[in-house]
Design a protein around this ligand. Sequence first.
Ligand code: BGC
Length: 368
Amino acid sequence: MLIAAAILFGCKLMPKKEEKENSKPMTEKTLYGTIGADSVFQYTLTNKNGMVVKILNYGGTVTDIITPDKNGKMGDVVLGYDSLAGYRQTGNPYFGCLVGRYANRIANAKFTLDGTEYTLAANNGINTLHGGLKGFDKVIWTVRSFTGSNLSLSYSSKDGEEGYPGNLTADVMYSLSDDNGLKIEYTAVTDKPTPVNLTNHSYFNLSAGVDSTILDHELMLKADKYTPVNGTLIPTGKIDDVKGTPMDFTTSKKIGRDIAQVTGGYDHNWVFQKPENRFDMVATVYHEPSGRYMEVRTTEPGIQFYSGNFLNGTLKNTRGGVKYVKHAGLCLETQHFPDSPNQPAFPNTILKPGETYQQITVYKFGIK
Ligand code: BGC
């Protein structure tokens, strides 16, 4: 009888295999790979709508953003790889990662601060790009906390690392809200004056693998000005009006409409109309066939809109073996302006001891 009762009881309480799998919490930390003795983990954030964001402690890299289309079909709206080897390959053009200590370019890999000249690695022709040879995208971040909806990461960059002065501690909090917003909060402190410009380098394609390029995506940028560049993509120092030029995205238009008129494609910094530190809506992206829509809000004064011009189908280990061709994805890198340490007229990027660098960007997903 005891056995019979146990079986009955057991049957009632033990979920069937299927139920057990379905009720498995979506919040997960899984081993993604190793680098020497270090483990790389992938953290999954979810919300009540079933939206999923996956992030690595390697480079604080966003590997997946899975959102519904207008028919409720889920799809991954960022470019990515199928393994750590993909993210670590030479020439990975910064898929999904955190970029620092200084996102974007610094001219001639040099700047002068308080009378001292600092030399950085020239990793992009004569210029430095995205923090140098081993920027914040190529290091393992410490995980401070992880819940089902947020992941807090920290990285301490040593005085002199990649040529930058001062011990800098950067903290980044990723949070996924129930209104489908991925919020990225950046803070940093230093013990010596140093340039700081942090961003995220996700490549979006809202078709989720259906369209091979983003040329049909419609983009709006709340920016009536941009910073024109020289032949090595360094701002000339001028701040020009977009009106009457292919750079005008003040009214939503297809990215492909005027791109042929821009040498090399879009890879510029737009200057927002809003006051410098105000958190405001600055950009929208719409992909009509899927109905997917993205809004960008930020405290930053500018954005690098990069139309994936250097993608050429040669990256290895891509997700699903897809060839990421020219314009396969677009980046909207909220930021301070490129080369600010050498451009005194641009908004300040020098963080001093006792100050806290603070920026917030939200990528919010919906359907229309
Ligand atoms: C830059 C591009 C560069 C890409 C990948 C973007 O932020 O603006 O010029 O090719 O990053 O490195």
